[in-house]
Design a protein around this ligand. Structure first.
Ligand code: SAH
Ligand code: SF4
Length: 427
């Protein structure tokens, strides 16, 4: 493999603009979280091959992109991650491969996920924690979600807002969404996540109007998580300023996917992620841990899929039963398996954003802290205004993560609060 270089821009807008220009000029790019040694200029940077470097530099200069630096990217070894570890030789040998910069095989991943030995799990979490520290540093990224509609045309068996579930439905107006966005901005947060059920009532025109207004009035980064749409719509949303898109594959096991999604097409779902990537979104995916019949092999395949697809944000949450759904009486996914999946994902995918998920914090009051110590580096707040959020129960008894809970978890995990948070407005 030839040498790789990373381009660090002055802001996310410059970075995304640069990425678009490079790709339009047939340069292969990959978006990665900015390695910790280059600090907090822009949390995402662009990776290119050595042979594209000169052409890229010229193009970015011609197009007046504000580039802060181009550095050689070194595949890192993670010396010391197995230090003091007390685990079986087989388990230690797998972690040693990570230490030496070797790729893990599917078999290795399955072995890591299968362990139930507390000492080995501890060793796995510690290794992932060290790799996380080396790669993305100690700052925990904070993002905030507005769940603007709980109408959904789909009927995913696990989900509390599925079409057939009898719940109170709501749709927020553009003005109500903007109020939520302004509150998030007041906290200093830079990224708003707009999430909803699959709700075609929000036509492309309506979504575009919301995106443009958020951009115009706040300049915030926008993550969309509104399910499957056409490629044309994704393109329009991207052009209007949506930066990231979160569309979880949930499971890559096709048979399991079909079983839990009575009206969803596995190939279409995958295709959507390919489109999002082609359109230059920072691409988010993820899975649910503890779907009925899911095995460690399935989870290993999910992790390898995230790696192959170069997924940039990976949400890994336990299944939680939701009242009124076909799965309401099934047991929740396991906290340990979720943490193991977070840790292995960090070891395998390395340069990615991994949230400590709301679902994990719902299942276990210490879920955020545990995930932050096992490889996670992001927390998502629920900023849906009261009066609406009570009805966005994709699973029952959802933990309404607010800024106080997030800051508390960051402190308990001995991590850093991002500088952009306005601590003085937080009572
Ligand atoms: N409709 C969009 C976004 C809303 S659902 C979509 O499906 O992509 C967002 C996420 O909630 C889903 O990707 C799924 O992983 C998660 N989810 C839904 N119901 C859940 C449950 N009962 N337990 C755990 N996660 C759930
Ligand atoms: Fe709808 Fe998303 Fe829930 Fe499926 S997971 S029912 S698409 S909101």
């Amino acid at each position: 493999m030839g040498r790789k270089f990373i381009i660090i821009c002055a802001s996310t807008n410059h970075m995304l603009n640069a990425d678009r220009i490079l790709r339009e000029n047939h340069i292969n790019t990959e978006l990665i979280p900015t390695p910790s040694q280059y600090g907090s200029i822009c949390s995402t940077s662009i990776m290119i091959d050595e042979e594209s470097r000169e052409k890229a530099e010229l193009l970015l200069k011609e197009n007046q992109v504000n580039v802060r630096g181009i550095h050689e990217y070194k595949e890192r070894r993670f010396l010391g991650i197995t230090k003091g570890l007390s685990a079986s030789k087989e388990f230690t040998d797998i972690l040693k491969k990570v230490e030496q910069g070797f790729e893990l095989t599917r078999e290795d991943i399955i072995k890591l996920l299968r362990t139930e030995n507390p000492r080995e799990m501890e060793a796995l979490y510690n290794a992932a924690d060290k790799v996380r520290k080396e790669i993305v540093g100690d700052v925990v990224e904070i993002r905030a979600a507005i769940e603007f509609s709980n109408y959904c045309i789909k009927n995913c068996n696990y989900c509390g807002i599925r079409r057939d579930n009898k719940i109170v439905r709501y749709r927020m107006t553009e003005e109500q969404i903007m109020e939520g966005v302004r509150e998030i901005q007041r906290l200093g947060i830079k990224t708003v996540i707009l999430q909803s059920g699959e709700d075609p009532w929000y036509t492309p025109e309506k979504i575009l109007s919301i995106l443009r207004r958020i951009k115009r009035e706040t300049g915030m980064r926008i993550t969309l998580s509104i399910g499957e749409r056409s490629k044309e719509e994704y393109k329009l949303f991207r052009e209007a300023g949506a930066n990231n898109y979160l569309l979880k594959i949930e499971t890559v096991n096709e048979e399991l996917f079909k079983r839990v999604h009575p009206d969803d097409d596995y190939h279409r779902r995958k295709e959507c992620s390919v489109w999002l990537r082609e359109l230059g979104y920072v691409n988010g995916s993820g899975n649910i841990i503890g779907l009925p019949g899911q095995t460690a092999e399935d989870i290993a395949d999910d992790i390898l899929y995230f790696k192959d697809m170069k997924i940039h944000m990976i949400g890994i949450g336990p299944f939680l039963p939701a009242k009124g759904t076909p799965y309401e009486n099934l047991p929740p996914g396991s906290v340990d398996m979720t943490l193991k999946a977070v840790a292995v994902t960090r070891l395998v995918c390395k340069n990615v954003f991994i949230p400590a998920t709301t679902a994990l914090a719902t299942l276990d009051p210490d879920g955020h802290v545990k995930a932050l110590k096992a490889g996670a580096n992001t927390i998502m707040l629920i900023s849906t205004p009261p009066g609406f959020r009570e009805n966005y129960q994709i699973y029952s008894n959802k933990n309404m993560v607010d800024i106080h809970k997030a800051l508390n978890a960051i402190k308990r995990a001995e991590r850093k609060i991002p500088k952009y948070i306005n601590l003085d407005v937080i009572a």
